[in-house]
Design a protein around this ligand. Structure first.
Ligand code: CP
Length: 327
């Protein structure tokens, strides 16, 4: 049997669900990042299994496509010894007209411990969480939140820079449609970073400054002396109408190339949540620059962060829900 892990850092996270970063305290965010950091070493050794979640069941329910998030939740659950089921939405009864809520309640009746849900509608995952008695993790809902992406971004930055507080982070591109931007803004401002958003006027949400960020429409001005450059994909699947004249023109003004990057600090790191569209929001050479780009490291940190979230939620459930004790 795989060994249980030596106890990691105590977790300051006592919630049933992880539905967003908004509303989490700095201590809760730190607690999850610290726990994730403790899982990085396990993921780098030959024997990657622990038995921390042995006997637990996790169901991945993705109503939108995913490479990184779905795979890393599956790996995270398996590395912790849980049983992980990937629901194939395309071949499920959703295709016969079953509603999201009925699907969730059906899965809930099978007594999973965690449902990991991605849905194209903002708010759908929170609604679903009200109907089930297991833990729910938001793996991305519309343009609302993608909390585990923000946590893995924060872990990546903290490992590279040693801190989050005081750093200048520029989030660039399609901020308007981006759940990654929203979760990162909540997390980074809570942790004391200075956040700038840079986008064409059509892709900046109205009154974005109310989220505690500075808004720019000029890349070079926005990137000036920043420590972290976080690029975003054009979320065409969420666009109704034309928001940019052409991808060629978009790249010319808002795509990250070495010329625009020169405005940032010489040691600024380059991030992208993926999937990337090379030549649209980021130059291919910049994306692959081994001295500056941490894009692959973000993917690696994704597994550790999802292990931490699954671990923390199931620990909180064990401690707080008397009904669980007999399960
Ligand atoms: N960053 C992210 O959510 O990627 P996937 O869509 O591949 O999961």
């Amino acid at each position: 049997m795989p060994p249980a892990l030596a106890p990691g850092p105590a977790i300051v996270f006592d919630r049933r669900h992880l539905l967003g970063i908004e509303g989490l305290s700095a201590a809760e965010i730190d607690g999850l990042i610290d726990l994730a950091d403790s899982y990085v070493a396990l993921n780098r050794q030959a024997e990657k299994k622990s038995s921390a979640l042995r006997g637990r069941t996790i169901i991945n329910l993705f109503f939108e496509t995913s490479t990184r998030t779905r795979t890393s939740f599956e790996l995270a659950g398996k590395r912790l010894g849980a049983d992980v089921i990937n629901m194939a939405v395309a071949t499920s009864s959703i295709k016969k007209g079953e509603t999201l809520i009925d699907t969730a309640m059906t899965l809930n009746a099978m007594r999973p411990d965690v449902l990991v849900v991605r849905h194209p509608e903002s708010g759908a995952v929170s609604l679903l969480a009200q109907k089930v008695d297991c833990s729910v993790v938001n793996a991305g809902d519309g343009s609302h939140e993608h909390p585990t992406q923000a946590l893995l971004d924060a872990l990546t930055i903290r490992r590279r820079r040693g801190r989050l507080a005081g750093l200048v982070v520029a989030i660039c591109g399609d901020v308007r449609h981006s759940r990654v931007a929203r979760s990162n803004i909540h997390l980074l401002t809570t942790m004391g970073a200075h956040v700038r958003v840079i986008a064409p006027p059509t892709l900046l949400p109205a009154a974005i400054e109310r989220m505690g960020v500075e808004a720019f429409t000029d890349m070079r001005r926005g990137l000036e002396a920043c420590d972290v450059v976080m690029m975003l994909r054009l979320q065409v699947e969420r666009m109704q109408g034309n928001f940019v004249p052409s991808t060629r023109e978009y790249f010319r003004f808002w795509g990250l190339d070495y010329d625009k990057l020169a405005a940032a600090r010489p040691d600024a790191i380059i991030m992208h949540p993926g999937p990337m569209n090379r030549g649209v929001e980021i130059d291919s050479e910049v994306a692959d620059d081994i001295d500056r780009s941490v894009i692959r490291e973000q993917v690696e940190m994704g597994v550790a962060v999802r292990m931490a979230c699954l671990d923390a939620l199931t620990r909180a459930a064990r401690a707080n829900r008397p009904a669980d004790k007999g399960r």
